[in-house]
Design a protein around this ligand. Structure first.
Ligand code: SIN
Length: 284
Protein backbone atom coordinates (compact mmCIF):
# COMPACT_ATOMS: atom_id res chain seq x y z
CA UNK A 1 0.00 0.00 0.00
CA UNK A 2 1.37 3.44 -0.84
CA UNK A 3 0.53 6.66 0.96
CA UNK A 4 0.68 10.32 0.02
CA UNK A 5 2.86 12.17 2.45
CA UNK A 6 4.06 15.74 2.15
CA UNK A 7 3.16 15.69 -1.54
CA UNK A 8 5.19 12.53 -2.17
CA UNK A 9 3.97 9.15 -3.31
CA UNK A 10 5.75 6.72 -1.00
CA UNK A 11 5.60 3.35 0.68
CA UNK A 12 7.12 2.82 4.09
CA UNK A 13 9.69 0.04 4.27
CA UNK A 14 8.99 -1.01 7.87
CA UNK A 15 7.27 0.39 10.92
CA UNK A 16 10.69 1.46 12.20
CA UNK A 17 12.09 3.61 9.41
CA UNK A 18 12.60 3.98 5.69
CA UNK A 19 10.39 4.72 2.72
CA UNK A 20 10.50 4.08 -0.99
CA UNK A 21 9.52 7.16 -2.98
CA UNK A 22 7.88 6.85 -6.39
CA UNK A 23 7.62 9.01 -9.46
CA UNK A 24 10.55 11.39 -9.03
CA UNK A 25 13.55 12.09 -11.23
CA UNK A 26 16.10 13.35 -8.71
CA UNK A 27 17.91 15.36 -11.40
CA UNK A 28 14.89 17.55 -11.92
CA UNK A 29 13.40 18.44 -8.57
CA UNK A 30 12.02 21.94 -8.26
CA UNK A 31 12.37 23.62 -4.87
CA UNK A 32 8.97 22.45 -3.64
CA UNK A 33 9.68 18.83 -4.56
CA UNK A 34 13.10 19.00 -2.96
CA UNK A 35 11.55 20.43 0.20
CA UNK A 36 9.11 17.48 0.23
CA UNK A 37 12.02 15.05 -0.16
CA UNK A 38 13.85 16.73 2.69
CA UNK A 39 10.75 16.55 4.90
CA UNK A 40 10.38 12.85 4.14
CA UNK A 41 14.10 12.38 4.85
CA UNK A 42 13.58 13.87 8.29
CA UNK A 43 10.47 11.83 8.88
CA UNK A 44 11.62 8.41 7.66
CA UNK A 45 15.45 8.75 7.97
CA UNK A 46 16.08 6.50 4.93
CA UNK A 47 14.64 7.07 1.45
CA UNK A 48 14.99 4.92 -1.67
CA UNK A 49 14.28 6.02 -5.24
CA UNK A 50 14.24 3.46 -8.06
CA UNK A 51 15.22 3.79 -11.73
CA UNK A 52 17.37 6.90 -11.41
CA UNK A 53 19.85 7.55 -14.17
CA UNK A 54 22.35 10.23 -13.43
CA UNK A 55 25.94 11.16 -14.04
CA UNK A 56 28.46 11.60 -11.25
CA UNK A 57 28.11 15.38 -11.63
CA UNK A 58 24.34 15.09 -11.26
CA UNK A 59 24.74 12.96 -8.13
CA UNK A 60 27.06 15.63 -6.70
CA UNK A 61 24.62 18.41 -7.63
CA UNK A 62 21.75 16.60 -5.89
CA UNK A 63 23.85 15.94 -2.78
CA UNK A 64 24.88 19.62 -2.57
CA UNK A 65 21.25 20.58 -2.08
CA UNK A 66 21.60 19.06 1.41
CA UNK A 67 24.81 20.92 2.23
CA UNK A 68 28.57 20.98 1.69
CA UNK A 69 30.14 17.70 0.63
CA UNK A 70 32.92 15.79 2.37
CA UNK A 71 36.07 14.19 1.09
CA UNK A 72 36.72 10.99 3.00
CA UNK A 73 39.86 11.36 5.14
CA UNK A 74 41.05 7.78 4.52
CA UNK A 75 39.34 6.29 1.49
CA UNK A 76 40.29 7.85 -1.84
CA UNK A 77 37.61 9.54 -3.88
CA UNK A 78 37.39 9.09 -7.63
CA UNK A 79 40.08 10.77 -9.65
CA UNK A 80 37.94 13.41 -11.32
CA UNK A 81 35.27 13.43 -8.61
CA UNK A 82 37.05 13.40 -5.24
CA UNK A 83 33.72 13.77 -3.39
CA UNK A 84 32.59 10.38 -4.72
CA UNK A 85 33.78 7.04 -3.38
CA UNK A 86 33.38 4.14 -5.75
CA UNK A 87 32.38 1.24 -3.50
CA UNK A 88 33.49 -1.69 -5.58
CA UNK A 89 33.43 -5.33 -4.63
CA UNK A 90 34.75 -7.52 -7.44
CA UNK A 91 33.28 -10.95 -8.11
CA UNK A 92 35.11 -13.42 -5.89
CA UNK A 93 36.17 -10.78 -3.35
CA UNK A 94 34.65 -10.40 0.09
CA UNK A 95 33.11 -6.97 0.56
CA UNK A 96 35.61 -4.70 2.33
CA UNK A 97 33.69 -1.49 2.79
CA UNK A 98 30.64 -0.70 4.86
CA UNK A 99 30.23 -4.18 6.36
CA UNK A 100 29.46 -3.89 10.07
CA UNK A 101 27.05 -1.52 11.80
CA UNK A 102 28.19 2.09 11.74
CA UNK A 103 27.26 5.71 11.24
CA UNK A 104 29.32 7.23 8.44
CA UNK A 105 32.47 9.03 9.56
CA UNK A 106 31.50 9.23 13.24
CA UNK A 107 35.26 9.24 13.89
CA UNK A 108 35.44 12.85 12.64
CA UNK A 109 34.67 16.10 14.49
CA UNK A 110 31.71 16.80 12.23
CA UNK A 111 30.38 13.40 11.18
CA UNK A 112 28.42 13.01 7.97
CA UNK A 113 24.91 14.44 7.96
CA UNK A 114 23.75 12.08 5.27
CA UNK A 115 24.96 9.71 2.58
CA UNK A 116 23.69 9.30 -0.97
CA UNK A 117 24.41 5.92 -2.50
CA UNK A 118 23.71 5.03 -6.14
CA UNK A 119 23.54 1.40 -7.27
CA UNK A 120 25.37 0.70 -10.52
CA UNK A 121 26.25 -3.01 -10.56
CA UNK A 122 23.97 -5.09 -8.39
CA UNK A 123 24.20 -8.82 -7.66
CA UNK A 124 21.22 -10.95 -8.70
CA UNK A 125 20.91 -11.84 -5.03
CA UNK A 126 22.61 -10.52 -1.89
CA UNK A 127 24.46 -7.33 -1.09
CA UNK A 128 21.46 -5.66 0.55
CA UNK A 129 21.93 -2.85 3.08
CA UNK A 130 20.36 -2.87 6.54
CA UNK A 131 19.47 0.32 8.42
CA UNK A 132 18.51 0.72 12.09
CA UNK A 133 16.71 3.66 13.70
CA UNK A 134 18.73 5.13 16.52
CA UNK A 135 15.72 7.19 17.57
CA UNK A 136 13.96 3.94 18.45
CA UNK A 137 17.15 2.58 19.98
CA UNK A 138 17.17 5.53 22.39
CA UNK A 139 13.43 5.71 22.97
CA UNK A 140 13.14 2.03 23.86
CA UNK A 141 15.76 2.10 26.57
CA UNK A 142 14.53 2.28 30.17
CA UNK A 143 14.25 5.75 31.69
CA UNK A 144 17.08 4.85 34.07
CA UNK A 145 19.41 3.90 31.25
CA UNK A 146 18.39 6.98 29.22
CA UNK A 147 19.20 9.20 32.16
CA UNK A 148 22.58 7.58 32.72
CA UNK A 149 23.53 7.81 29.02
CA UNK A 150 22.62 11.51 28.88
CA UNK A 151 25.66 12.22 31.02
CA UNK A 152 28.10 10.14 28.98
CA UNK A 153 30.35 10.92 26.06
CA UNK A 154 32.17 8.37 23.94
CA UNK A 155 35.41 8.25 22.02
CA UNK A 156 35.20 7.47 18.31
CA UNK A 157 38.15 6.50 16.16
CA UNK A 158 38.85 4.80 12.85
CA UNK A 159 41.84 3.01 14.37
CA UNK A 160 40.32 -0.47 14.47
CA UNK A 161 38.25 -0.20 11.33
CA UNK A 162 41.21 1.05 9.31
CA UNK A 163 44.32 -0.34 11.00
CA UNK A 164 43.44 -3.94 11.86
CA UNK A 165 45.84 -6.37 10.12
CA UNK A 166 43.34 -7.04 7.38
CA UNK A 167 42.78 -3.32 6.90
CA UNK A 168 46.53 -2.75 6.39
CA UNK A 169 46.25 -4.69 3.17
CA UNK A 170 44.08 -1.85 1.97
CA UNK A 171 47.01 0.54 2.02
CA UNK A 172 49.02 -1.87 -0.08
CA UNK A 173 46.53 -1.74 -2.91
CA UNK A 174 45.13 -5.22 -2.43
CA UNK A 175 41.51 -4.19 -2.62
CA UNK A 176 39.26 -2.74 -5.26
CA UNK A 177 38.92 0.41 -3.12
CA UNK A 178 41.94 2.64 -2.64
CA UNK A 179 42.86 3.80 0.88
CA UNK A 180 45.42 6.26 2.15
CA UNK A 181 46.99 6.21 5.59
CA UNK A 182 46.74 9.51 7.48
CA UNK A 183 46.69 10.85 11.03
CA UNK A 184 42.91 10.61 10.82
CA UNK A 185 43.24 6.85 11.17
CA UNK A 186 44.58 7.09 14.74
CA UNK A 187 42.78 10.29 15.78
CA UNK A 188 40.16 10.20 18.53
CA UNK A 189 37.13 12.43 18.82
CA UNK A 190 34.54 12.61 21.57
CA UNK A 191 30.80 12.77 20.92
CA UNK A 192 27.76 12.61 23.21
CA UNK A 193 26.33 9.11 23.59
CA UNK A 194 22.87 10.55 23.01
CA UNK A 195 22.57 13.29 20.42
CA UNK A 196 19.70 15.58 19.57
CA UNK A 197 18.80 15.79 15.91
CA UNK A 198 19.06 19.45 14.86
CA UNK A 199 16.04 19.28 12.53
CA UNK A 200 13.59 16.99 14.30
CA UNK A 201 14.58 17.68 17.90
CA UNK A 202 14.41 13.92 18.62
CA UNK A 203 17.09 12.17 20.64
CA UNK A 204 19.08 9.33 19.12
CA UNK A 205 21.60 6.86 20.47
CA UNK A 206 25.00 7.66 18.95
CA UNK A 207 27.46 4.81 19.46
CA UNK A 208 28.41 2.24 16.83
CA UNK A 209 30.60 -0.88 16.85
CA UNK A 210 32.79 0.17 13.92
CA UNK A 211 34.04 3.46 15.36
CA UNK A 212 33.06 3.86 19.06
CA UNK A 213 35.96 2.53 21.10
CA UNK A 214 35.23 3.54 24.73
CA UNK A 215 33.49 6.01 26.99
CA UNK A 216 35.30 9.23 27.79
CA UNK A 217 37.55 8.91 30.85
CA UNK A 218 37.19 5.12 30.91
CA UNK A 219 39.35 2.31 29.59
CA UNK A 220 38.26 0.13 26.70
CA UNK A 221 37.90 -2.82 29.08
CA UNK A 222 35.71 -0.85 31.44
CA UNK A 223 33.58 0.42 28.58
CA UNK A 224 33.16 -2.90 26.79
CA UNK A 225 30.21 -4.46 28.70
CA UNK A 226 27.93 -1.46 28.34
CA UNK A 227 29.06 -0.70 24.80
CA UNK A 228 28.44 -4.31 23.77
CA UNK A 229 24.95 -4.11 25.23
CA UNK A 230 24.24 -0.84 23.41
CA UNK A 231 25.61 -2.16 20.09
CA UNK A 232 23.32 -5.22 20.31
CA UNK A 233 20.36 -3.10 21.35
CA UNK A 234 20.97 -0.51 18.60
CA UNK A 235 20.70 -3.15 15.88
CA UNK A 236 17.52 -4.82 17.14
CA UNK A 237 15.43 -6.29 14.32
CA UNK A 238 12.40 -4.18 15.16
CA UNK A 239 14.45 -1.00 14.69
CA UNK A 240 15.50 -2.04 11.16
CA UNK A 241 14.62 -1.88 7.52
CA UNK A 242 16.36 -3.66 4.67
CA UNK A 243 17.02 -2.26 1.22
CA UNK A 244 17.20 -4.60 -1.74
CA UNK A 245 19.21 -2.78 -4.40
CA UNK A 246 18.45 -2.59 -8.10
CA UNK A 247 20.52 -0.95 -10.80
CA UNK A 248 19.52 2.73 -10.64
CA UNK A 249 18.41 2.72 -7.00
CA UNK A 250 19.44 5.81 -5.04
CA UNK A 251 19.30 5.59 -1.24
CA UNK A 252 19.79 8.51 1.11
CA UNK A 253 20.10 8.06 4.85
CA UNK A 254 20.48 10.29 7.86
CA UNK A 255 23.65 9.40 9.77
CA UNK A 256 22.53 11.49 12.74
CA UNK A 257 19.83 8.99 13.66
CA UNK A 258 20.57 5.83 11.64
CA UNK A 259 23.20 3.10 11.64
CA UNK A 260 23.65 0.86 8.63
CA UNK A 261 25.61 -2.13 7.39
CA UNK A 262 26.20 -3.62 3.96
CA UNK A 263 25.74 -7.39 3.80
CA UNK A 264 28.63 -9.45 2.51
CA UNK A 265 26.63 -12.33 1.07
CA UNK A 266 27.27 -12.06 -2.65
CA UNK A 267 30.84 -13.34 -3.03
CA UNK A 268 30.44 -14.63 -6.58
CA UNK A 269 29.06 -11.37 -7.91
CA UNK A 270 30.31 -7.86 -8.59
CA UNK A 271 28.74 -5.00 -6.59
CA UNK A 272 29.33 -1.33 -7.42
CA UNK A 273 27.89 1.80 -5.86
CA UNK A 274 28.86 5.47 -5.91
CA UNK A 275 28.68 7.25 -2.56
CA UNK A 276 28.63 10.93 -1.68
CA UNK A 277 28.46 12.15 1.93
CA UNK A 278 27.18 15.51 3.13
CA UNK A 279 29.10 17.29 5.88
CA UNK A 280 27.30 17.35 9.22
CA UNK A 281 27.74 19.45 12.35
CA UNK A 282 29.36 18.79 15.72
CA UNK A 283 26.85 16.43 17.44
CA UNK A 284 24.89 18.12 20.23
C1 SIN B 1 28.38 2.49 3.34
O1 SIN B 1 28.63 2.07 4.45
O2 SIN B 1 28.34 3.68 3.12
C2 SIN B 1 28.12 1.54 2.21
C3 SIN B 1 26.89 0.74 2.39
C4 SIN B 1 26.69 -0.25 1.29
O3 SIN B 1 27.59 -0.43 0.45
O4 SIN B 1 25.63 -0.86 1.26
Amino acid sequence: MTEKSEALDLRRLTGALGAEVFGLDLRQLDDASFAAVRDAFHRFSVLAFRDQQWTLDEQIAFARRFGALEKHPIVDGMKDHPEIIKIHKAAGDAATFGVGWHSDNSFTEKPSLGSILYGVEIPAVGGDTLFASQYLAYEQLSSGMQEMLQGLRAVHSAKYAYTAPTAREKYEGNTTISYRYSDEVEAEVVHPVVRTHPETGRRALYVNPMFTVRFENMTEDESRPLLDYLFRHAAREDFQCRLRWEVGTVAIWDNRCVQHTALDDCQGAERVHYRVTVQGEVPA
